[in-house]
Design a binder for this molecule. Sequence first.
Ligand SMILES: NC(=O)c1ccc[n+]([C@@H]2O[C@H](COP(=O)([O-])OP(=O)(O)OC[C@H]3O[C@@H](n4cnc5c(N)ncnc54)[C@H](OP(=O)(O)O)[C@@H]3O)[C@@H](O)[C@H]2O)c1
Length: 243
Amino acid sequence: MRLQNKRALVTGASRGIGRAIALAFADEGADLALTARHADALADVAAAVRAKGRHAHCFAWDVSVVPQIQPRLAEVWAALGGLDIAVNNAGVVRLPKDHPNPTPEAAWDYILDINLKALHFMCEAVAKRMKEQKRGVIINLASDAGLRAAPNAYCISKWGVVGYTQGLAKLMAPHGVRVNAIAPGPVATDMMNCADGQPKDWPAGPLGRYALPEEIAPIAVFLASDDSRAVFGEVIVANSANG
Ligand SMILES: NC(=O)c1ccc[n+]([C@@H]2O[C@H](COP(=O)([O-])OP(=O)(O)OC[C@H]3O[C@@H](n4cnc5c(N)ncnc54)[C@H](OP(=O)(O)O)[C@@H]3O)[C@@H](O)[C@H]2O)c1
């Protein structure tokens, strides 16, 4: 067990990569705080975590509502009795179909607010608390899309996540807090219209297919565990479609 009795927060834990990370953390002995906007799917993941014998606490919460971040994190800390690991996984690639303002500007704001602005305020609040306790791990979900220059909101948001992670890692390393990122290529999730598990039109990456969420989760386990105690400010790329 590489995360025995560690306490971990995973944002966007209701499906896809976040769900797989939460379950992998539970397999390694961690207790979980799970967040997403919709409570029903979160409850299913919590039940799966509990079935593995670990504690799970659900927080239905939109991470992009910045004033809620501090009070919600206080609830997370109280529920788990502290926090050792925070995974900033919640992310979006497009406006929801039912968005009231389907304009390019609204899409830009929506994607940047969730993928980058919320990640900054989450990291800032978590890092402050971890600095006080002189230990902790932060893992951010970037993307291979954030490693190629492209004039669109998603790529730019993830480009920002890469730079943000590297910068925060330097600031936090002297305080015992490790900050790293994972940059997957295409992964078979709802985000990639793969609810049925069938990859659609996208370059397949070196695996020759989309990665599965369960193939990304072990990278998060590694970064969360002491196995990576010498790893600071790195971006681990998986199945990149960048060529
Ligand atoms: N799939 C890929 O090919 C791929 C590749 C590289 C990187 N990534 C990154 O990996 C992360 C997870 O992607 P995924 O493919 O697993 O996506 P997904 O299947 O669409 O799941 C996204 C998760 O984030 C939550 N979420 C979205 N917006 C939120 C918000 N404002 N507040 C709180 N929770 C929110 C969703 O739940 P609710 O809708 O209930 O809020 C859901 O739990 C993202 O950061 C994504 O950019 C994905």
